[in-house]
Design a protein around this ligand. Structure first.
Ligand code: ATP
Length: 492
């Protein structure tokens, strides 16, 4: 059954009802541009509520509302006035602020959980305690801290390196890891103490065991009828090449053509999916229904995948990788299915290709970003190279020009059979992006991917001889551009 939709009278004889979906996209970054693109390719009518004049979203939209995304009422009014049959909420802040609840109260199906279920993202403490209470595997050792005396005893409890984590949302910038952001336990405690006294520490902190391994993101569409996984992605959080510099919202990401990762086997991925599945069941056990995207941020350790955090929406940049692989044409049906509780598995189809997404960011991003730089983009040439362009938090500044804000600017997404080739295509396309900006050239290169595989291999077998294979290159029996599967690489 098609969901209720605007009915258009046909012209002349023939079908008199054509169902077109009118969808509201909430958000103004690269992720929301990618969502709008897929909806548009599915011939949905897109309208958007964005805080910035994102040129990519604006050109795809029939109407846009410029608004603060925390102003719920104008967004709901706009959605009603535009008669949307679907809303897809991109960022976490409006979910945490109850926008999904308000849209549902106005009878609009939403991709995105209500505030109570989105708590799995906006309260890291809730998330950890939920998993612990319901016996879901994947938590590291952790202690929740709300005052100085709890902090002292938590720090004393950790013999090994630890991580200091504000429980609430900090846009990816509040977590400090021993060995990278601070060195000694005393420094870590001092940071935690400063956090407790600041607005970021308002909801308390977590002190967690530092996990060793490689990170990956496993997202899934979640609704009443089940959990539908997307390809695994690896995101790059650190601002600078060589994974140096501060944590950011994400500088870019890659995915492998078999939907695993060079260091992640199908078996390990399935264990991560099982944590997702059990976590959704744990939410249900607490009376919390979930219709939206669930994003598991995992660390692959020698004991298997451990959960770093959940997000209640698509990752940005991870959405750029997976959505560029989505089989065109059905995204509106898929989103409607998620929002109304029943997904047809036929609509969950991703092409078998590798992707690399890189964000062009202002100079100084990650510490002291310099807003206001003008960037020139030769879009037709970028598209001619088969590279997709997604606009982030930029302002249009005339034909072929955008102004960078202090956030991520534009993303380039390349695809190929091999990760390094997708990277190379993005690098070539960067010749058509001119101006003062920073981008991580190392991300997705052969050397970079080999470092990650080697890192995992050394954790699994510290005494192993260096691999005779250049690790990001095809195994002898694989097709010429393949990396080989993770099992080919890790079981030596
Ligand atoms: P926010 O909700 O504010 O966006 P966040 O996304 O920054 O938070 P996390 O994903 O939990 O929060 O942590 C950010 C990064 O810190 C992770 O990607 C990982 O690199 C590192 N990290 C977090 N927890 C641990 C841990 N227990 N061990 C090792 N590293 C960790």
């Amino acid at each position: 059954m098609s969901p209720t939709a605007t009915v258009y009278a046909g012209f002349g004889p023939g079908p008199t009802e054509v169902f077109l979906v009118r969808a509201l996209v909430v958000g103004g970054g690269g992720r929301e541009h990618a969502i709008a693109l897929e909806l548009h390719r599915a011939e949905a009518e897109v309208v958007a509520a964005t805080p910035n004049a994102n040129p990519g979203i604006e050109r795809l939209s029939m109407a846009t509302l410029r608004t603060d995304l925390l102003d719920t009422s104008p967004i709901v009014e706009f959605a009603l006035q535009q008669r949307v049959q679907l809303a897809v909420i991109g960022p976490e802040a409006p979910l945490a602020n109850g926008l999904a609840d308000a849209l549902r109260a106005a009878d609009i199906p939403v991709v995105g959980p209500d505030r109570a279920a989105a708590r799995i993202e906006w309260s890291k403490r809730f998330c950890r305690e939920l998993l612990a209470k319901q016996g879901v595997p994947g938590n590291p050792k952790f202690q929740s801290v709300t005052n100085l005396s709890e902090l002292k005893s938590a720090v004393a409890n950790f013999t090994g390196p630890f991580v200091v984590k504000p429980s609430g949302l900090t846009a990816g910038k509040g977590v400090w890891v021993q060995g990278s952001d601070f060195q000694t336990a005393v420094e870590g405690e001092a940071y935690a103490e400063r956090l407790l006294a600041s607005p970021s520490g308002r909801d308390g902190l977590l002190i967690e065991e530092k996990l060793e391994g490689e990170e990956f993101s496993q997202m899934a569409f979640v609704t009443d009828s089940g959990i539908y996984p997307m390809p695994a992605v690896q995101d790059y959080k650190r601002a600078l090449e060589g994974n140096q510099g501060g944590n950011t919202g994400g500088m870019g990401s890659y995915s492998q053509r078999d939907h695993m990762l060079p260091f992640l086997s199908a078996d390990q991925r399935d264990r991560a999916l099982d944590i997702l599945r059990q976590s959704v069941a744990a939410l249900r056990a607490e009376g919390l229904a979930y219709r939206g995207i669930l994003y598991g941020g995992f660390m692959l350790t020698t004991e298997g995948p451990k959960l770093l955090e959940f997000n209640a929406r698509f990752g940005d940049p991870e959405a750029l990788n997976v959505l560029s692989l989505y089989e065109p044409g059905d995204f509106a049906e898929l989103m409607l299915g998620v929002a109304t509780g029943r997904v047809d598995p036929d609509y969950v189809r991703f092409r078998l290709r590798a992707t690399v997404a890189k964000y062009v960011v202002p100079v100084g991003y990650g510490s002291q970003p310099q807003a206001g730089a003008l960037i020139e983009l030769d879009e037709p040439s970028i598209e001619d190279m088969g590279v997709r362009l997604c606009f982030g938090s930029v302002e249009a500044a005339g034909a072929g020009r955008v102004k960078l804000t202090s956030s991520r600017g534009v993303a380039l997404v390349g695809e190929a059979s091999a990760i390094y080739e997708a990277h190379r295509r993005v690098e070539s396309a960067l010749a058509f992006v001119k101006g003062s900006y920073y981008v991580r050239h190392d991300l997705g290169s052969k050397a970079d991917v080999a470092t990650k595989v080697d890192h995992m291999r050394k954790l699994f077998s510290p005494n192993a001889k260096p691999s005779p294979l250049p690790l990001s290159v095809a195994a002898p029996d694989a097709a010429p551009e393949s990396h080989g599967t993770a099992t080919q690489i890790l079981t030596e």
